[in-house]
Ligand binder design. Sequence first.
Ligand SMILES: Cc1ncc(COP(=O)(O)O)c(C=O)c1O
Length: 375
Amino acid sequence: MSRIYFDNAATTPMEPEVIEVMAEAMREKFGNPSSIHAEGRAARAAIEQARKEVAHCLGASIGEVFFTSGGTESNNMALKNAVRDLGVRRIISSPIEHHCVLHSLDTLERLGQVEVAHVRLDEKGRVDMGHLEELLQAGGPKTMVSLMHSNNEIGTMTGLDGVGALCRQYDALFHSDTVQTIGYYPIDVSKNPINFLSGAAHKFHGPKGVGFIYINGDNNIKPFLDGGSQERNMRGGTENIYGILGLARALSLAYGNMEARRAHTQSVRDYLRHQLDAHFDGLQYNGDPDKGHYKLLSVAFPPSPKADLLLLNLDIAGISASGGSACSSGADAGSHVIAALNGDPDRKTIRFSFSHHNTKEEVDIVVGKLREILS
Ligand SMILES: Cc1ncc(COP(=O)(O)O)c(C=O)c1O
């Protein structure tokens, strides 16, 4: 029996077309992009074409897109370079950001380089915009707001337009961790005022270990990795050309098929919610299931010894999902997100997350197995 993969917020399977593009590049584009001979020039041209495609999807100019090793690096870069190079001394964020943001903020705070303030959230993880404005109004040192577009554990969304407008009003910079939404929502930086955003290819059916950062052209940043002059002097080191080409193709496919993928993915997720409500009592949903990310449903099962082993038993039954977040380890080590929102620690949270490859038939199988396991 083939397995059912409902863990697409952790990572997504690669599209066959992306694998083909990468395999072809491995065969044909082995030159070092910094070499001036024909092989080098071909590799360089391929990277610049990929950058053009990414910039086009985002509504950015090509000089504003830098390839990185993924979401973690892009978020580290945004936060640490803004402090080092742009004079940011205060960062307003939230306790439910991904650990790569939270731990970067811890480091900056420990080094005495910034003060960190957390905006108030409601029980669904939604930002209290009034409190954000109060924090911004308070003035003080140069400030950046860092708030994720969609939470990776519970799917709650933060409006980029609203936060961006407040940041502009109070002359603050704005970084958003858009790792879960790039390729899923039509983010267009020519319309959304934003200074930094980050993407990771493996979240939108591209390869792992490659991502990008968008840095608005007004922000004059110095190298994040010292070395050669790659990535316009911003990140030394020979480029991950296969990864970059795979990322660009995956993103183009995601933008080209966004509406169809959204409609399908959302219908599968909504069907699971409907079936769960029909067959189980006492379920709760973490986050904002009505307005949150359409690829994700975070379910809090009532406490019971059977619920404790749910994730394991689902895995044995051929079903992959995740407890809280699978980004830092496969283990269910308790979630800082659920804890920050005062979720009931005795309930068992399972995060189901979907892609356009999933089906309602798979949902029927999963609900049947849940009934068996929990009965
Ligand atoms: C919201 C969010 N930010 C950042 C990351 C880190 O991205 P990466 O695994 O590409 O380093 C992830 C997932 O891993 C994520 O879900």
